[in-house]
Design a protein around this ligand. Structure first.
Ligand code: PMV
Length: 322
């Protein structure tokens, strides 16, 4: 009873920040994202009668008790559905540093959900997989379907899941990630979500959300890159305003983050069109058309403080490898 799955990380254009139900990880608003080709997790799960307890290794290391507990709870969900009691061995590999705002929990829980459910001989639909992944880590539900994805907020366990808006080949856009920090963040997103209500700006953020989702979907439908970019860049600043005004305040940016943001605006004024977005970490995602990737990379690598540049295209969702 063994299966291996690969799942991509995803970058949100309209963000998920704040939950209406923490236990089920039901979000306050719908979100929109794209799966990424170059940052992913590969996870194997084996249920075996010889195991006395669950074994969890991530990137070759035995995980902390807190991390293990989250994985074991997820395995328990799968065991309940499959009506089995066998313990499991979980081996997971990220091809990127975890805990830096590069969505390792999204790719991680999407890969774990698919591998564990297959190993347990469950044949779940994409929707069921997305729901299950969401309970493990909210944004993981968006790494299950392919390409450009919408997570419909819903208001129950069954109505909150992600679906594909467009396949990966729909639109030739890229996410050029400028890595400026590799350290794990101090406040993870699980704790961060819980603070949203303490920001005086959160109500205002929520009140504009539905319109924003509709507008970005329209821009995607029309392949209007400028409109799309304007919406996603403003959205990132909107979310970070809530983060920085919550109590305690969450500052995910470093001076390098801001430097790149300003460069993106400067380059745009010079005619090189791209837009930035940032998750719960210091790294900057630069969204551009395919034909501008090389120019953007060439300018980025000249800046001081950039540790790595990763070029991503729209990717398939979670897949079984073996
Ligand atoms: O799924 P979580 O709990 O890691 O939350 C993700 C939060 C952001 O990355 C900041 C935004 C998003 O929609 O991906």
């Amino acid at each position: 009873m063994k299966a291996t799955a690969k799942a991509p990380a995803n970058i949100a254009f309209i963000k998920y920040w704040g939950k209406r139900n923490a236990k089920l990880r039901l979000p306050m608003n719908s979100s929109i994202s794209m799966n990424l080709t170059e940052i992913f997790t590969i996870t194997s799960v084996e249920f075996n009668q010889n195991l006395k307890e669950d074994l969890v290794r991530i990137d070759g290391k035995i995980v902390s008790d807190k991390e293990k507990e989250r994985v074991v709870k997820h395995l328990n969900r799968v065991r309940r559905l499959a009506k089995i009691r066998l313990k499991a061995k979980v081996e997971s590999h990220n091809n990127f540093p975890k805990g830096t705002g590069l969505a390792s929990s999204a790719s991680g829980f999407a890969a774990l959900t698919l591998a564990a459910s297959k190993a347990a001989k469950l044949n779940l639909t994409e929707k069921q997989l997305s729901i299950l992944a969401r309970i493990g880590s909210g944004s993981a539900c968006r790494s299950v379907p392919s390409g450009f994805v919408e997570w419909r907020a819903g208001n129950t366990n069954e109505s909150s899941y992600a679906h594909s808006l467009y396949s990966p080949d729909y639109w030739g856009i890229c996410d050029v990630i400028a890595i400026v920090g590799r350290k794990s963040k101090k406040v993870g997103s699980t704790e961060g979500h819980a603070l949203v209500e303490s920001s005086p700006f959160f109500k205002i953020r929520l009140s504009g959300m539905k319109k924003k989702v509709d507008e970005i979907k329209m821009a995607m439908k029309e392949k209007n890159f400028s409109k799309f970019g304007e919406i996603l860049e403003k959205e990132a600043i909107n979310m970070h305003s809530v983060m920085m005004t919550s109590e305690p305040a969450l500052y995910y940016w470093t001076p390098e983050t801001l430097k790149i943001m300003l460069k993106v605006i400067e380059w745009r004024d010079q005619g090189l069109e791209s837009y930035f977005t940032i998750d719960a970490g210091p790294n900057v995602h630069i969204i551009c058309r395919k034909q501008n990737v090389d120019k953007i990379k060439a300018r980025l690598v000249k800046l001081v403080g950039i540790k790595q540049v990763i070029i991503n295209y729209p990717a398939e969702g979670a897949r079984i490898l073996k």
